[in-house]
Write a protein that binds this ligand. Structure first.
Ligand code: PEP
Length: 252
């Protein structure tokens, strides 16, 4: 049994005061759904205050990125240990990082190893562009992203990884995939690629999320699918009642 998982990616939104207020609005509703692993991923600047606010609530805290080196001359970057001070989770390889900050399957792999080495739970994002989708390359793309991104990961810790399948054409566009289509990508391509690397027993235990314009109105369509274990939510995670409804919909 894979525990359902829903994470909110706040992206570059909310000052510290605004983030703290949003957590206050979310907390009671999220605490009422312990059957779902639920995680909030605010900007770095709010991690310290939110880690105090979320302590002993059962609601997890994640960063949106990390660097793979432990320290050094990397201006503007955040080291894994700095994330670990406040967080249990970290998003790796979001498509916006791949598109705007030159992240690649190779840097995703380095970040993934660094996160796992510290016991952080990584939420690794994969997914195809619109043109790859339109030319029928989805399977090929996600398989390559798994193969290179998850290279040389120890099978014994692979089950800690959470994968987020996010078709890029569905992110922030209001054009979500369908439950059936997303499930087919997970079933036919992503889980088999994980099984190739780690064996089918381990692959069966790895949670795979769908992400891309998930809302309270369409969440159930995804969560009813056999392979979809939850969601990575962007825009709707900034709206308290909407996000709480999505988390509730993920109940097993
Ligand atoms: C995301 O940022 O990972 C995402 C899925 O965004 P949205 O829900 O807004 O499409």
């Amino acid at each position: 049994m894979r525990k359902p998982f829903v994470a909110g990616n706040w992206k570059m939104n909310k000052t510290v005061a605004q983030a703290s207020m949003l957590v206050q609005e979310l907390l009671l509703g999220l605490q009422a759904v312990p059957e779902v692993e639920r995680v909030l991923c605010p900007p770095f600047t709010s991690l310290m205050i939110l880690s105090a606010q979320l302590a002993n609530t059962g609601v997890g805290l994640g960063a949106q990125n990390l660097h793979w080196e432990a320290s050094g001359a990397y201006t503007g970057e955040i080291a894994p240990q700095m994330v670990k001070e406040f967080c249990g989770y970290v998003i790796i390889g979001h498509s916006e990082r791949r598109a705007f900050f030159a992240e690649s399957d190779e840097t995703v792999n380095k970040k993934l190893k660094a996160a796992l080495a510290l016991g952080l739970i990584p939420i690794v994002c994969i997914g195809e562009t619109l043109s790859e989708y339109e030319t029928g390359k989805t399977g090929e793309v996600v398989k390559r992203q798994v193969l290179l991104g998850f290279k040389e990961i120890d099978t014994a810790i692979a089950s800690q990884i959470v994968v987020a399948y996010e078709p890029i054409w569905a992110i922030g566009t209001g054009k979500a995939s369908t439950g059936e289509d997303a499930n087919a990508v997970l079933k036919d391509h992503i889980r088999p690629a994980l099984a190739n690397l780690f064996g089918s027993a381990v692959a069966q235990g790895i949670r795979i999320l769908y992400g891309g314009s998930v809302t309270a109105a369409n969440a159930e369509e995804f969560f009813h699918q056999s392979e979809v274990d939850g969601a990575l939510v962007g825009g709707a995670s900034l709206k308290p009642s909407e996000f709480i409804k999505i988390v509730e919909a993920a109940r097993p």
